[in-house]
Design a protein around this ligand. Structure first.
Ligand code: NAD
Length: 475
């Protein structure tokens, strides 16, 4: 699974050659380490108003050095005034450059929640643009804006939707492992609502290393920030299917690291590896084929009998049986549908209908970029993964009353045994087709799932979060 190309262009004559030929030069991404600072330098906060002020307070509460720029457009032909707000410790906004320590910027946060017309975007966006050259490696750009809706006046809808185009383009202009992502607030949800801050923390941190060019929508003011940000899942019981290896094993390790008690589920044939994962995470193993009619009851019984609760369910188990549709046979089609979506629906039915889940149940399901953009040879797989997206949206509505949530994570190219089997040339191209020019790690998918499974994400439901390094396929 080694990415030999990245090794080659990272040092010596390989690096010089890549530079001369203009070849992709992927960098090692900043990933979460317990105890490490949230961001790798000061954060420039662009924008004015109550939302921006609330974000400043939150950032400072997380020990982040904050520089302020109100984001006022310079008069045409004139020079830009420093424009720092009274509370600011900021140097002139252009270039926003370094903080007190002289360090490169760790990130830029744009408070765009008050934009009302497309013309309002120029001040803050151009202010952010002036600071881009001061960003350090693996820096973060995060927009905080309002979700546009059909109820908005056309100019308001245009301004809000404009943020989408800006962010997705800007993310493609960043380099050295830096990413750009956005938070969309529903009407009435404040910039410092628990899940807005939870999402901001996630997007600034190394936990979101391979999330790029994406938006998280905060639909409600529900949710709660954890008492201990290093153990956001303390006291929770989580079940992860397909956890004997690959992404599932990484999810189990990450949920356990974050404080959850984890039940790992996989087919009896994978029993040995499953037991190893269970031991490693100090959880319990349940050997179970999830397509069995009684799978839901078995999962519920195990979780309640061994751990006294079931708070989080991660549907990760999945298979591929690729064939062009012209050559597709019923066995390939049916098995993919059975494992990847029909089993999930049946298990959900058993769990949600049992009356034995507590409030605030969190469901996270693994979809795929193939389910969004389609993929040659994968009509069956894409049907199942697009089905997962439909399922979480519908289930989100059903869980809303009890404070529960349902979300999907859609991985792009992830370095696993599955993708290691792709022929060399195809694999090499697939790996580079994203803004970060590399494949993601199972850990990157696991981090996104751990966030969506936490109470900090309680106001986020019915979302599909891509973990794909801003893969060129699909939206
Ligand atoms: P993997 O094949 O390495 O692991 C899947 C696990 O699911 C295996 O341990 C397998 O035994 C288990 N499983 C399969 N059928 C099962 C069943 N009926 N009951 C119980 N367990 C079962 O796959 P992975 O690459 O780790 O993928 C995990 C998930 O991520 C899948 O849903 C996959 O579709 C999705 N995904 C992977 C990638 C990628 O690049 N690897 C990209 C997008 C989506």
């Amino acid at each position: 699974m080694a990415d030999k190309y990245t090794d080659f262009v990272s040092r010596g004559w390989g690096r010089d050659l890549a530079k001369r030929l203009g070849l992709p030069q992927p960098v090692a991404l900043r990933r979460y380490e317990p105890g490490a600072p949230l961001v790798a330098g000061p954060v420039l906060l662009v924008g004015a108003g109550a939302g921006a002020d609330a974000l400043e307070t939150a950032l400072k509460g997380w020990d982040v050095e904050v520089l302020r720029d109100p984001g006022v457009a310079p008069a045409a032909g004139g020079t830009h005034d420093a424009g720092a707000s009274p509370s600011s410790s900021a140097p002139p906004a252009a270039p926003a450059g370094a903080g007190r320590s002289g360090a490169k910027l760790g990130g830029i946060v744009l408070a765009l929640d008050t934009v009302a017309r497309p013309e309002d975007l120029s001040g803050p966006i151009l202010a952010a643009g002036r600071a881009l050259r001061s960003l350090g490696p693996s820096a973060r750009v995060v927009t905080v804006s309002r979700r546009s809706s059909t109820a908005d006046e056309p100019a308001l809808a245009a301004a809000r939707a404009g943020v989408d185009g800006i962010l997705r383009s800007l993310a493609k202009e960043l380099h050295s492992g830096a990413t750009g992502n956005g938070i969309l607030l529903a009407e009435g949800v404040e910039a410092d609502a628990p899940s807005a801050l939870g999402a901001l923390r996630f997007l600034l941190s190394g936990r979101s290393a391979f999330v790029d060019g994406q938006f998280l929508t905060v639909g409600t003011a529900k949710g709660e920030l954890p008492a201990d940000p290093e153990k956001p899942l303390a006291g929770k019981v989580a079940v992860v299917t397909g956890a004997a290896r690959g992404i599932g094993a990484a999810i189990a390790r990450t949920l356990a690291r974050d404080g959850a008690k984890v039940v790992v589920v996989d087919v009896p044939a994978a029993g040995d590896s499953l037991a190893k994962v269970a031991n490693e995470v100090r959880g319990t193993a349940l050997q179970l084929d999830i397509t069995k009619p009684e799978a839901g009851e078995r999962i519920l019984e195990h979780a309640l009998a061994r751990h006294g609760a079931l708070d989080i369910l991660v549907h990760n188990a999945g298979i591929t049986r690729d064939k062009l549709l012209a050559n597709m046979d019923p066995a390939r089609w049916d098995s993919v549908i059975a494992v990847n979506i029909a089993a999930q629906l049946r298990i959900n039915e058993a769990l949600l209908g049992s009356g034995r889940l507590g409030d605030g149940f969190r469901l996270v399901s693994v979809a795929s970029t193939s389910g969004i953009a389609g993929n040659r040879g994968q009509t069956n797989y894409a049907a199942s993964k697009a089905g997962v997206i439909g399922m979480v949206r519908s289930t989100a509505a059903r869980l809303a009353a009890s404070g529960g949530s349902a979300n999907a994570v859609a991985p792009g190219f992830i370095e696993t045994e599955m993708t290691a089997r792709i022929p060399f040339a195809t694999r090499e191209v697939a790996r580079r087709l994203n803004s970060l020019q590399q494949g993601g790690l199972p850990l990157d998918v696991a981090e996104a799932i751990a966030f969506l499974a936490s109470d900090a994400a309680g106001g986020i439901s019915g979302n599909v979060l891509r973990v794909c390094g801003q893969n060129l396929v699909g939206q």
